[in-house]
Design a protein around this ligand. Structure first.
Ligand code: SF4
Length: 392
């Protein structure tokens, strides 16, 4: 599989969470280039390594140890290479291996499998990182190298589309009745999630998708601005629906009661969660327009605050010490690596074995998150039990 050639259909599986909700987004996005960020390129490199490892483990006749070693050597020449890719791809392989070992018989496994789900989505195809089938269970496993946004396997539309494609390809060979989705996002602390559903649930999803995809393909249906839906949309800076929605959230607050209630605060925070990021996107776009020489009434581009840097730091330091202004040692500071940097350098396991007992967890600063967040809610309120203990 040539990873750079992971061509994208108009209704790609990776953007399904968007076009399923905002059916008009797919055609609107067509007007904007699909540029790959450095993070995406880094992910592509990690996927190449992951694929080679899976193929080496399950099919050594296809990818021998020697071939894998040679491939790793080549990958290391890439400027985006980082040794931690070896650890993270191991976590992915360990997950697949653990799933396969627990099965009653040897599964059929394919890495980087092209799946065709055009029976549900016009021109729909994609590449699943790993497909595994054993008995009546179809496994679809995805390796996510990003660490910005946690992705859950639960009702994940991208994975469900891959599952539909994989099911269509293998339904005559395997009596599939259960679908298991697994996401391995190894750069996040709780980055592994699993979810299972019955084949009927997957097919019901397929019927829903078919309706929404037909609308999205013809550019019909509705715009549906929302923080999560718009986050990675290529049209997000200029989309009028998102703009109108956020302006309304920011300014159209209805009546002006003297004090708002907790209930209203909660509702308003939920309604306005995309306003700040929308403002940043709009500023970025307006700046690019000003720099291109186009007028954005009321705004202009200026040079930001200047920063100073040495033209030749060694020569400057030498001059300072030679003239006796200060000793050379005073010009340098010795700083320890952070705990995370040391862990990254020596690897999670060696870190835990060698210095795990010296690590303590400090409580994090209280943060406001949505009620759907999986973390346990905290409070400063003293419970009756604590109050009683204080008194005795
Ligand atoms: S920015 Fe949001 S509302 Fe606009 S097209 Fe994209 S997803 Fe839809």
């Amino acid at each position: 599989m040539v990873h750079e050639e992971r061509a994208h259909a108009l209704l790609s599986a990776s953007s399904a969470h968007r076009w399923l909700k905002c059916t008009k987004s797919a055609r609107l996005e067509e007007q904007f280039p699909d540029t790959a960020s450095d993070a995406a390129k880094e992910g592509t490199l990690a996927h190449k390594l992951a694929e080679m490892k899976v193929r080496n483990y399950f099919n050594p006749a296809d990818v021998s140890k020697r071939k894998l070693t040679f491939a790793v050597k080549k990958f290391k020449e890439d400027p985006l290479w980082d040794d931690e890719m070896l650890l993270h791809t191991d976590t992915y392989l360990d997950y697949i291996r653990d799933v396969s070992i627990k099965l009653p018989a040897e599964p059929f496994v394919e890495a980087e499998k092209r799946v065709d789900f055009s029976g549900y989505v016009p021109e729909g195809f994609g590449t699943a990182d790993c497909i595994m089938v054993q008995g009546s269970t179809l496994f679809v496993i995805d390796f996510k190298y990003g660490k910005g946004v946690p992705v859950s396997a639960e009702e994940n539309p991208q994975m469900m589309l891959y599952a539909l494609g994989a099911y269509e390809a293998c339904k005559f060979l395997y009596p599939v009745t259960r679908i298991h989705l697994g996401i391995v996002q190894p750069r996040l602390p709780d980055g592994i999630t699993d979810w299972e559903c019955a084949l009927e649930d997957l097919l019901a999803f397929g019927r829903h998708v078919k309706e929404r995809a037909a609308l999205a393909f013809s550019g019909e249906g509705e715009f549906s601005p929302d923080e999560k839906t718009c986050r990675f949309c290529r049209a997000k800076k200029q989309c009028r629906a998102r703009s109108d929605h956020n302006v309304k959230q920011a300014f159209n607050l209805g009546g002006i009661p003297p004090l708002i209630t907790n209930e209203e605060a909660g509702q308003r925070l939920l309604a306005m969660r995309d306003v700040a990021s929308y403002q940043r996107d709009l500023q970025e776009w307006a700046l690019s327009e000003c720099l291109a020489g186009n007028e954005v009434p009321g705004w202009k581009a200026v040079e930001g605050r200047r920063s100073r840097d040495w033209t030749d730091m060694d020569a400057a330091f030498e001059k300072i010490t030679k003239t006796g202004i200060v000793e050379e040692e005073l010009l340098w500071e010795k700083k320890p690596l952070t705990l995370a940097q040391v862990e990254k350098m020596i690897g999670k396991k060696d870190f835990a074995d060698a210095v795990g007992s010296y690590v303590t967890q400090k409580p994090g600063k209280p943060a406001l998150v949505e009620a759907s967040d999986k973390r346990e809610a905290i409070t400063n309120k003293i419970s009756a039990k604590e109050a009683f203990q204080e008194e005795i």
